[in-house]
Design a binder for this molecule. Structure first.
Ligand code: KIV
Length: 295
């Protein structure tokens, strides 16, 4: 699908591009694949950047053409793509297949593959074995895993082995059975723990860290404290980057979405209307017409 991907278009009119440098992650001129080094230098320039989840080649190609510089093949695929209730049942085989599709559908974005629950918690060697599959079989440029201090040994070994790691702290959905879906880092003790987690993943060599559902002031403090970029989701406006789950921000997710989501489209309505129009045409005999027929 790589042939579908074209050079990214310039930021939409009114978009908040923080720099007009040709090196900018969003709106920059480069059409080569973005690397973790580009992410590091963006923080040095003070450039903010967008990240979206992606789970299939065709959707990913749309995001790539729009200039989204980093895509996460998140294990949110569990709820948003595979029909599970949570991310917990997602397997490494599933993540490998979805990640490979997203890599094939893109030519510019850095693709980060998520390590699913059970594929790295046993220890660093298991983490390396799992991450190696995502890198070798799917072709991702980096992996993501959940946990701060508790995951620092896994991060260290992956980074030593040449695999860039994006960490993920705050709300970690793979721990839903023990943690629930609650704001993290509220209160002095919890805030100190979040800061320790952030420092631990930076010291272990992570190139970026996702902060999920933490108070905006705390996320701002973490962002000021770390030299690696923070990627916020429900973490206020001061993080270096922002990530959203694509089915939430484009309005495909059915039912309620979290308060921190901004809905930029209503694909559920658009698709539902189109599908009903097709069905009505078939039932009413107005599709196909002569122009859709071959002779
Ligand atoms: O799996 C995922 O989509 C994620 C994002 C919410 C950061 O981890």
């Amino acid at each position: 699908m790589t042939q579908l991907s074209a050079a990214p278009k310039q930021p939409a009119e009114g978009a908040r591009a923080t720099t007009d440098s040709s090196k900018a992650l969003y709106g920059g001129k480069s059409t080569r694949r973005i690397t973790v080094r580009d992410i590091t230098t963006a923080k040095e320039r003070g450039e903010k950047w967008p990240m979206l989840t992606a789970y299939d080649a065709m959707t990913a190609s749309v995001f790539d053409e729009a200039g989204i510089p980093v895509m996460l093949v998140g294990d949110s695929a569990g709820n948003c793509h595979l029909g599970y209730e949570t991310t917990v049942p997602v397997t490494l085989d599933e993540m490998t297949m979805l990640s490979a599709a997203v890599v094939r559908g893109t030519s510019r974005a850095l693709i980060v593959g998520d390590l699913p629950f059970g594929s790295y918690q046993e220890g660093p060697v298991q983490a390396l074995r799992s991450a190696t599959r995502l890198v070798k079989e799917a072709g991702v440029g980096a992996v993501k895993l959940e946990g701060g201090e508790r995951s620092h040994r896994q991060i260290e070994l992956l980074v030593e082995s040449g695999i860039p790691v994006m960490a993920h702290i705050g709300l970690t959905p793979q721990s839903v059975n023990s943690m629930g879906y609650r704001v993290q880092g509220r209160g002095e003790e919890a805030a100190q723990q979040l800061l320790r987690d952030a420092k631990a993943v930076q010291d272990a060599g992570a190139f970026a860290v996702v902060l999920e559902l933490v108070p905006a002031e705390l996320a701002a403090e973490v962002t000021r404290t770390l030299h690696i970029p923070t990627v916020g989701i429900g973490a206020g406006p001061e993080t270096d980057a922002q990530v959203l789950v694509w089915t939430d921000m484009l309005g495909l997710t059915g039912g309620r979405v979290p308060k921190f989501v901004k809905k930029y489209a209503d694909l559920r309505e658009v698709m539902g209307n189109a599908v009903r129009a097709f069905a009505d045409d078939v039932v009413g005999g107005t599709f196909p017409l002569e122009e859709h027929s071959v002779h």
